[in-house]
Design a protein around this ligand. Structure first.
Ligand SMILES: Nc1ncnc2c1ncn2[C@@H]1O[C@H](COP(=O)(O)OP(=O)(O)O)[C@@H](O)[C@H]1O
Ligand SMILES: [Mg+2]
Length: 323
């Protein structure tokens, strides 16, 4: 059965039944531009949430803030009931909230296996004095290695364990980054554009892994431009534009909402993963009942975006008639 996500009508900032991450008044200004301006946002537990919106909407900046890689100008947020504002990135990941990057951050001059081991948390051998006393960490080292090998096998990267990460394709690095994120048994995994630059065969495998994470009880929050993929695997969709949350709800309703599509998704809606998605859709366990669900938007923002979209289209059709 699908967990009940929200007791309220879907609307920007609506309450969730059992939120894992809760953000309040989080803002970040870059040189006068409000890159993130989130009044209230709750990320549900145990499901896959997609964060979508045009380039420059503030998705990556929001990820950076919520994971301690950047500091907000205002705001507070909590993870699993624990206040996280001001907690640095390495501590955030120890608490079970872990993220991957839009541009992968695997270390090219280390082997695949070494990269994996870096993902483990609290390693005793990392302390200077302890490093000199192998009996303190040998067992743990073996455990970490066993876990790394198990994950590499699951991600079909075992053959590459002794290769330098730099020798891998962009898609394989994305897989490695995801496998590494799992080294510390996260509760929430945040993936920033996991599919960007990944070939179709690897996309299939990434999608399968994301769905498998949910089956393992890991909550997922991912940023993605491919709307078919979002439609296929997300249980909940949050739409961001100009730093704000402008719509949220189940994928079927949010993404068929013409105002959301026109204003925020533009040509992204036509991108297709074709067969991959068909396979996934047909293997989905539940077909969420979205009849009677209505999504509320921030109408002022939608109207503004629509006006701009229209103007751009007009200009494209009649370039000679500049306003
Ligand atoms: N480090 C930075 N310095 C200045 N401006 C930034 C920085 N990071 C992001 N921005 C700006 O903030 C806005 C949001 O960017 P980003 O979060 O990367 O958007 P998205 O991930 O949704 O494409 C953009 O206008 C971007 O140019
Ligand atoms: Mg981004």
């Amino acid at each position: 059965m699908r967990p009940e996500i929200t007791p309220e009508k879907p609307a920007p900032g609506c309450r969730k039944t059992d939120p894992l991450l809760v953000a309040d008044g989080v803002s970040r200004v870059f040189g006068g531009l409000k890159a993130v301006d989130v009044e209230h946002l709750e990320i549900p537990r145990g499901v896959i949430t997609a964060l979508i919106g045009p380039n420059g909407a503030g998705k990556t900046t929001l990820f950076n803030l919520l994971t301690g890689f950047d500091n907000p100008d205002t705001g507070a947020w909590s993870f699993d009931g624990r206040d996280l504002a001001g907690v640095p990135a390495h501590k955030v990941s120890r608490l079970g909230e872990i993220r991957t990057f839009q541009l992968t951050k695997v270390l090219g001059m280390m082997t695949v296996l070494e990269n994996m081991k870096l993902g483990a948390r609290r390693q005793k051998g990392e302390k200077f004095w302890a490093a000199l006393l192998p009996f303190l960490w040998k067992d743990q080292e073996r455990e970490v290695e066993a876990r790394a090998l198990e994950l590499l096998e699951r991600f079909k990267l075992l053959e590459k364990k002794a290769d330098y990460a730099a020798s891998m394709s962009g898609g394989q690095r994305k897989l490695l980054e995801m496998a590494r994120a799992l080294m510390c048994d996260p509760q929430l995994i945040m993936l920033d554009e996991p599919m960007a630059g990944v070939n179709p065969a690897l996309k299939q495998s990434l999608l399968d892994h994301i769905l498998a994470l949910k089956d393992d009880g890991v909550s997922v929050l991912f940023v993605e431009h491919d709307m078919h993929m979002v439609q296929a695997i997300a249980d909940w969709v949050v739409v961001m534009a100009e730093g704000r949350i402008v719509a949220e709800g189940p994928p079927g309703t949010v993404m068929s909402d013409p105002a959301v599509v026109d204003a925020y998704l533009g040509s992204d809606k036509d991108r297709d993963l074709g067969d991959v998605i068909q396979t996934i859709r047909s293997s989905r366990e539940f077909a969420p009942d979205e009849s009677g669900v209505e999504v509320q938007r921030d109408d002022a923002v939608v109207a503004e975006q629509l006006a701009v979209t229209e103007m751009v289209e007009e200009l494209a059709e009649h370039p000679e008639e500049k306003p």
